[in-house]
Design a protein around this ligand. Structure first.
Ligand code: NAD
Length: 354
């Protein structure tokens, strides 16, 4: 049956992949509620914005009255909460916004959802879900062996991961205390099309194309488990539709890679794809530059995604090798999107239209 899904942060990297998935692969209606911070880009939704099933509302999750009015108007069946401040380096430079959006914003959204839930008729109440989308960074540093499971205790290291950990606890408490029907997911690092250029993979691709230095933190040996963003979107839909209420599902790509491996893989592909290299380079790897490590940098994250695989039958469709090639090709084919983000025109156009 067709549902109405309220997505927060739908103009961001993962949110926009989720919205494109929901419009293109399901019959559901989507209400994208996004504040349009620097990370929100409506250009990423051009392919779905004409759909009658797609609605956009610019708003802040910290503004409970506005959120409640939108619930009232659209009567969502599912709330999928992705809105967040998400960049670790920015959280180190200025944690305040992270506390506000990720903790206070989640609290305001939970309260709006709790009061909306009480107004629902029984049928609609039974199907209602609040899905909180979070990160594996809440578990902290893994060490050289082992995997994060849903039972791993929280030990966040950065202001970003601490704020996400706090929001996860709030969501669980609203389930336990107020019986709000919730599901949670904690996911590993995503990559893919429409990723904001400050993040590692797009930064490396775009810097390489311009012949600029490719910055790698510390010795580059930090391990992350990489998941193609479209696989994450499918996983989120599985969990919101079929996940067990109150449960948490870890989502990962089964793709552990050191950062330096990721960077050299991108360079090797670009070496094959780009014949006329900038600045007379023979090999893009010549641009790799090791820079001072991020304070508190976790060495290794890796997810055990057995539960979502066994219980809900989800597994990633892309390997790192297939996903990274698709991603590089997307950046090569979508220079206009990148240029708009890099020179800030995506924000100027928005200001002009407001
Ligand atoms: P993003 O930074 O690309 O997008 C965040 C979106 O939220 C933007 O569109 C922004 O405008 C919006 N937003 C920010 N503050 C808001 C507010 N107060 N009200 C309404 N909208 C607001 O983030 P992303 O990488 O797409 O991540 C989405 C979610 O997934 C986050 O909750 C993040 O913690 C989680 N996550 C991300 C990753 C990853 O690798 N990117 C991995 C696991 C989990």
């Amino acid at each position: 049956m067709s549902k109405t899904i309220f997505v927060t942060g739908g103009a961001g990297f993962i949110g926009s992949a989720l919205v494109r998935f929901l419009i293109n692969e399901t019959k559901h209606t989507v209400v994208n509620f996004d504040k349009l911070t620097y990370a929100g880009n409506l250009e990423s939704l051009r392919s779905v914005e004409e759909s009658e099933r797609y609605h956009f509302v610019q708003g802040d999750i910290c503004d409970r009255d506005t959120v409640s009015a939108v619930f009232e108007k659209y009567q969502p069946d599912f709330i999928m909460h992705l809105a967040a401040e998400s960049h670790v380096d920015r959280s180190i430079d200025g944690p305040g916004e992270f506390i506000q959006t990720n903790i206070v914003g989640t609290y305001e959204l939970l309260e709006a959802a709790r009061s909306y839930y009480t107004t629902l008729v029984d049928d609609k109440k039974v199907g209602f879900r609040f899905h909180h989308i979070s990160t594996d960074e809440v578990y902290g540093d893994l060490g050289e062996t082992g995997l994060f499971t849903e039972e791993t205790s929280y030990e966040p290291s950065s202001p970003y991961s601490a704020s996400k950990a706090a929001s996860d606890h709030l969501v669980r408490a609203w389930h336990r205390t107020y019986d709000l029907p919730v599901v949670l997911t904690n996911c590993s690092n995503n990559y893919g099309p429409y990723h904001f250029p400050e993040k590692l993979i797009p930064l490396i691709i775009l810097n390489a194309l311009e012949g600029k230095a490719l910055p790698v933190y510390g010795d580059g040996k930090q391990v992350r488990d990489w998941l193609f963003v479209e696989d994450h979107a499918r996983a989120l839909y599985k969990v919101v539709s079929e996940g067990k209420l109150g449960d948490t599902y870890n989502i990962g790509g089964f793709n552990e890679k050191q950062n330096i491996e990721v960077v050299t893989t991108i360079c090797n592909h670009l070496n094959d794809l780009i014949k006329d290299k900038p600045a007379n380079l023979a090999d893009f790897k010549e641009l790799i530059t090791f820079v001072t490590d991020r304070p508190g940098h976790d060495v290794r994250y890796a997810i055990d995604a057995t539960k979502i695989n066994k219980e809900l039958g989800w597994h990633p469709e892309e390997t790192f090798e297939s996903g990274i090639l698709k991603t590089i090709q997307w950046y090569l084919d979508n220079q206009a999107w990148c240029k708009n983000v890099q020179d800030g025109s995506y924000q100027r156009e928005r200001l002009g239209s407001n």
